[in-house]
Ligand binder design. Structure first.
Ligand code: PEP
Length: 248
């Protein structure tokens, strides 16, 4: 039985003072019935992982390089992140696709690097508002999914996050029917590629303006196995009720 997953993406937010939020999550969720992942900035991974060393909460990163080492100033490799205590890495977030020109092929290369280092790859997919309004959402999702997932992806080493770009940080969310349509579509595409049985093992997260107030209805939607949460993961007082909604 796959466990649901509540994942937090702190983005470029947080200093050592923010580790108090990790401590609060550790004490508030000693034996969660869902998996919990917090992805702070890379500067905090080692300390956050230390805080979580006796907790089921996993610490993750927000990106990695496709190579294990080398002349890539400013980059971090998957083995380095694993060495710092990360157990997962977010890949292909729309902010990286947009701000760093990351293509689906680059995301697939990074996912292979993550898998080789023993990290779970949290691969993000999502359409822009123009693509949604132009009725291209499913085409975009199909292209991103096909291009971003390496052949070695399994439900154990890979999580998918559907994050409509226009819903991220905007306070806007798709209708539950729209979320369900895309999640059902992703599950069917996984089935075509990996087989129906294996497709069921992948966790499909929804991301985009998930808050304590809308989490429960999103989690009740077809093929939603959890959430990737940005802004509302920064404070344990916001993230905890989202985790509890997933546990309900
Ligand atoms: C995100 O960027 O992954 C995200 C889902 O952000 P927010 O929850 O703030 O919309």
């Amino acid at each position: 039985m796959k466990r649901k997953l509540a994942a937090g993406n702190w983005k470029m937010n947080g200093t050592t003072a923010s580790l108090a939020e990790v401590k609060s999550l550790v004490s508030g969720h000693a034996a969660p019935s869902v998996d919990i992942l917090i992805c702070p900035p890379a500067t905090l991974i080692a300390q956050a992982a230390g805080i979580c060393s006796k907790s089921p909460i996993m610490i993750g990163a927000q990106d990695c390089h496709a190579a294990p080492s080398g002349a890539h100033t400013g980059d971090l490799s998957a083995p380095m992140l694993a060495d710092a205590g990360a157990g997962a890495v977010i890949l292909g977030h729309s902010e990286r696709r947009e701000n760093h020109n990351e293509t689906s092929d680059m995301v697939a290369q990074k996912a292979m690097a993550a898998h080789a280092a023993g990290l779970i790859a949290v691969v993000c997919l999502g359409e822009s508002l123009a693509q949604r309004e132009g009725a291209h959402t499913l085409d975009v999702i199909a292209e991103q999914l096909a291009g971003s997932l390496p052949d070695g992806a399994t439900g154990a080493n890979t999580v998918l996050a559907y994050e409509p770009i226009w819903a991220i940080g905007s306070g806007l969310t798709p209708t539950l029917a729209q979320i369900g349509e895309v999640h059902d579509f992703i599950r069917s595409l996984l089935g075509e590629r990996f087989g129906a049985q294996a497709a069921q093992d992948f966790r499909l997260l929804y991301g985009g303006s998930v808050k304590p107030g809308n989490a429960a209805e999103i989690f009740a939607t077809s093929n939603v196995d959890g959430a990737l949460v940005g802004g509302a993961s920064l404070k344990s007082s916001d993230f905890s009720p989202i985790i509890r909604a997933l546990e309900a």
